[in-house]
Design a protein around this ligand. Structure first.
Ligand SMILES: *[C@@H]1O[C@H](CO)[C@@H](O)[C@H](O)[C@H]1NC(C)=O
Ligand SMILES: *[C@@H]1O[C@H](CO)[C@@H](O)[C@H](O)[C@H]1NC(C)=O
Length: 299
């Protein structure tokens, strides 16, 4: 399957065009630079020759730099490319971050082998995979990392030293983990027979939880702003064009991020959280008013 052949060909052409255009621009700039050179009384040809050579070198260097900075489609993104497109993260420098062209599987149904647990209908196969990926998980961050995130460490929740994560550490969660948790919550919401939710108060709370997840995922989708395109085919027995949801995306090395989470996670989260006591000098923030009213009304 020659997935990338078509886009590569087209885009290399536009890249060539761009680089030509760029060097034309640079050379006209350097021409005017040449004109403004002081004209010495000494052997003019020699000075002119040196100046031309230097300017040619300058143009070559500047063009190479410009070409280097043109996004080239069909190549993997370096950590520099990924970091440039990201807000600050303490993960940078701890985890090798990169991105590579990845085939997105758009199959409408499970077509057999290889089975993908993240596509599977409710089953132990699916639950095990989702549980390992989507359980809320804490990691810890340092004072400096908190500040780089724009947070005042004094406002944050300190991880007790006996957890073994060091002193002056604050509990944190990877946003990736929260998003996966939200996908899993909505997956379960779609199969309420298989994943029953308690009725009454808990049910009202679940509805808010699901809408929070919809809202989080909606904002992430809108932020990512997918630029990939879905095409259509005529398929046997079908009256209407059938969409082909397979796309090629530039995907971060998410597996590496989740491995980092596995290495750095606070183990036995629930047991540890149960034992946590709010320090007397902790900064205390108000609850948002609707949430407060809901929780007050439903003990
Ligand atoms: C891009 O990364 C993928 C996955 O890491 C790798 O298989 C592929 O060979 C890389 N492609 C290039 C052009 O480096
Ligand atoms: C896509 O995923 C489905 C499972 O949802 C699987 O049956 C199918 O073989 C996969 N297709 C490819 C090309 O990997």
């Amino acid at each position: 399957m020659d997935f990338f052949a078509w886009p590569r060909k087209i885009l290399f052409r536009s890249q060539e065009y761009f680089s030509l255009e760029k060097s034309d621009e640079e050379s006209s700039q350097s021409e005017s630079f040449l004109e403004s050179q002081p004209k010495p009384a000494q052997p003019r040809n020699y000075v002119l020759l040196v100046s031309v050579i230097m300017n040619v070198c300058l143009v070559v260097v500047v063009s190479l730099f410009a070409i280097h900075n043109i996004p080239s489609f069909g190549e993997n993104a370096s950590s520099k490319d990924v970091i440039r497109m990201s807000s600050y993260s303490p993960l940078f420098g701890k985890v090798p971050i990169s991105a590579s062209l990845t085939a997105i599987n758009g199959s409408f149904m499970d077509e057999g082998f290889p089975p993908d647990p993240f596509r599977a209908l409710p089953s132990k196969f699916a639950d095990d995979a989702w549980h390992a990926t989507a359980e809320p998980t804490w990691i810890t961050i340092t004072d400096a990392e908190a500040r780089s995130l724009g947070k005042n460490p004094a406002d944050l929740v300190r991880a007790p030293e006996e957890w073994g994560h060091g002193s002056n550490k604050y509990i944190a969660m990877m946003d990736l983990n929260h998003q996966l948790h939200c996908v899993n919550q909505l997956r379960k919401a779609a199969f309420r027979e298989e994943y029953p939710v308690a009725h009454g108060d808990r049910w009202d709370f679940q509805k808010e939880h699901w809408m929070h997840c919809v809202h989080i995922l909606y904002q992430n989708v809108m932020c990512t702003g997918s630029t990939e395109i879905i095409t259509y085919n005529w398929r046997e027995t079908q009256r209407f064009p059938v969409p082909d949801f397979d796309t090629t995306k530039m995907c971060k090395n998410t597996r590496t991020l989740l491995d980092f989470q596995d290495r750095e996670m606070v183990h036995d989260l629930n047991a540890k959280r149960d034992k946590m006591i709010r320090p007397t000098d902790a900064a205390i923030f108000p609850l948002p008013s609707h949430l407060k009213a809901f929780l007050d009304a439903h003990d």
